[in-house]
Design a protein around this ligand. Structure first.
Ligand code: UD1
Ligand code: CA
Length: 495
């Protein structure tokens, strides 16, 4: 199979292989099986004790369900993916709708078996359905592909993905017909397991493939006579096995992929694992990350080699950072683009901004959306920017607010400068041309323009445009009253 970036080669479906060999021998090509993915995502997540439905809880910077959908759509197209939702369905739909998958409503959550009962009509047009759990986000497209192939090769009615866990507590256990057999007799849930069954370390991952016809021919035999009074999808193993249908287990070597986020502790473990694997990938690509366990770096972040990320840094969303940069501790950067050789000093917050090569930001700068910092420019401590352009080599080093402003190259913005961009109703623009010097503690009342090379005297309130190369002073002249202080002190003593 041809490999191309972005769509890793998945193991070919057995039917595709069969189809091509059949074609060679002159037989008509059998149609390839129609395969859907159903993702069970209707549960509440009682163990999380949360207002937010379980599948919207995040790990690695994204809702659990979005990870599962991400894996699913690399195996089948989004229009063949069905997310079964129920608890807080509108909220889940709003958060996940952008993925383009179908939604099936399970209005009452009566168990994993019931979730599949509800999807019956939607799945009627398919030959096989791959069933995934919306709360187990580490599943990979490769493993789903292997599971599908195994199912098709085995011509099974039900194939389940299993794994050996050191501590299988809480999971359903896989009871094989015999130790060496691929065939499964039943899955027994933790709560119904005998002491001997609890010793089985092979667990049911909650991922399956079913032949659709066989699934729905027997799903009516599920009952709610169990610890939770729910329809367990896991009981389909015994139901189908008793009906002399083939039920097999495919064991994954990577037990991590099956972990579910049922509790806050499990969510933290999954999140930690995802973050660390992102850091490992970046380090392998030439990025230095000190104390990686303290850094939070989202999956889509890109960083060029020889950039250094210090402890306790968060790089979020689609942030891209060039080569030879240094991001110092306690900075939080979201959806921003940073050029080469940039220094982000301690404690900066940056969102939807661009910083060009060689710029120096911070410590403690706040770059709000739409800030564009030019090459070699400096933005210093306690400077807030929003929707501005700061030209090449310009500096705003201390205690300043710059909003809705276009600032040219080689400009010096003195400490405490404020662009007054808001009149209580509308936002207005401040334009500061190349080479301007704004004295400290000035206020620039927008709309206003300071022309090329002009000076603004310290503590000015500038309300009118300043022509180029001129000096503008907008403050009361200093008054000195000689001897005033001495007189006042003498008067007090006399009282
Ligand atoms: C399930 C399996 C267990 C397996 C484990 C693996 C059953 C009965 N047990 O247990 O054998 O070891 O997964 O993680 O299936 N859901 C619905 N509708 C419902 C109930 C649940 O869509 O009516 C969804 C949940 O949102 C969740 C998934 O199904 O995403 C699994 O349900 P959950 O309650 O987490 O099952 P487990 O107890 O983890
Ligand atoms: Ca679960």
């Amino acid at each position: 199979m041809k490999k191309s970036k972005g769509s890793p080669s998945l193991p070919a479906a057995a039917s595709e292989e069969r189809a091509s060999s059949a074609a060679v021998s002159g037989w008509p090509t059998p149609p390839s099986p129609r395969i859907a993915v159903a993702i069970m995502a209707a549960g509440k997540g009682t163990r999380l004790k949360s207002q937010l439905p379980k599948v919207l809880h995040e790990a690695g910077g994204k809702p659990l369900l979005e990870h599962v959908i991400g894996a699913a759509v690399r195996v089948v197209p989004a229009h063949d993916v069905y997310a079964i939702i129920g608890h807080e369905a509108d909220r889940v739909r709003a958060a996940i709708g952008h993925t383009g998958v179908n939604f099936v409503l399970q209005a009452e959550q009566r168990g994993t078996g019931h979730a599949l009962m509800v999807a019956r009509e939607d799945l009627a047009g398919y030959d096989h359905v791959i069933v995934l759990s919306g709360d187990a986000p580490m599943i990979t497209p490769e493993t789903i592909g292997h599971l599908r192939n195994f199912h098709l090769e085995e011509e099974a009615a039900m194939t389940l993905l299993s794994a050996d866990l050191e501590d299988p507590t809480g999971y359903g256990r896989v009871l094989r017909k015999s130790a060496r057999s691929a065939e499964v007799e039943a899955i027994v849930e933790e709560k119904s397991a005998s002491a001997a069954q609890k010793k089985v370390r092979e667990i049911n991952s909650g991922f399956y493939v079913f032949a659709v016809k066989e699934l729905y021919a027997s799903i009516g035999k599920l009952s709610t006579e169990n610890a939770h009074a729910e329809y367990y999808l896991t009981d389909m193993a015994a139901v189908l096995s008793k009906a002399r249908q083939r039920v097999v287990a495919f064991k994954t070597a990577n037990a991590r992929e099956v972990l579910g986020g049922n509790t806050r502790e499990e969510l933290a473990d999954i999140d930690h694992f995802m973050r660390m694997s992102k850091c490992r990938q970046l380090m392998a690509d030439g990025v230095t990350i000190f104390y990686p366990a303290t850094c939070v770096i989202d999956a889509e972040v890109e960083i060029a080699p020889d950039t250094i990320v210090e402890p306790y840094v968060q790089l979020l969303g689609k942030t891209r950072i060039g080569t030879a940069c240094r991001v110092r501790s306690y900075s939080v950067i979201r959806d921003s683009k940073i050029g080469d050789g940039v220094i982000i000093r301690t404690g900066c917050v940056m969102e939807e901004s661009r910083v060009s090569a060689g710029a120096v930001i911070g410590p403690y700068s706040h770059l709000r959306p739409g800030s564009e910092i030019g090459e070699g420019a400096h933005v210093g401590n306690f400077v807030e920017t929003k929707k501005i352009k700061l030209g090449k080599g310009s500096k705003a080093n201390h205690l300043t607010y710059l909003g809705d402003a276009e600032i040219g190259a080689g400009v010096n913005i003195g400490a405490g400068t404020i662009t007054c961009n808001y009149d209580g109703f509308h936002k207005h623009k401040t334009v500061i041309d190349d080479g301007v010097f704004i004295g400290s503690d000035s206020t620039l009342v927008a709309p206003v323009r300071v022309g090329k090379g002009a000076y603004v005297g310290a503590a000015s309130c500038i309300t009118d445009d300043v022509p180029q190369d001129s000096l503008a002073i907008g403050r009361a002249r200093q008054v000195v009253k000689e001897g005033w202080a001495r007189q006042k002190r003498t008067a007090r003593k006399a009282k």
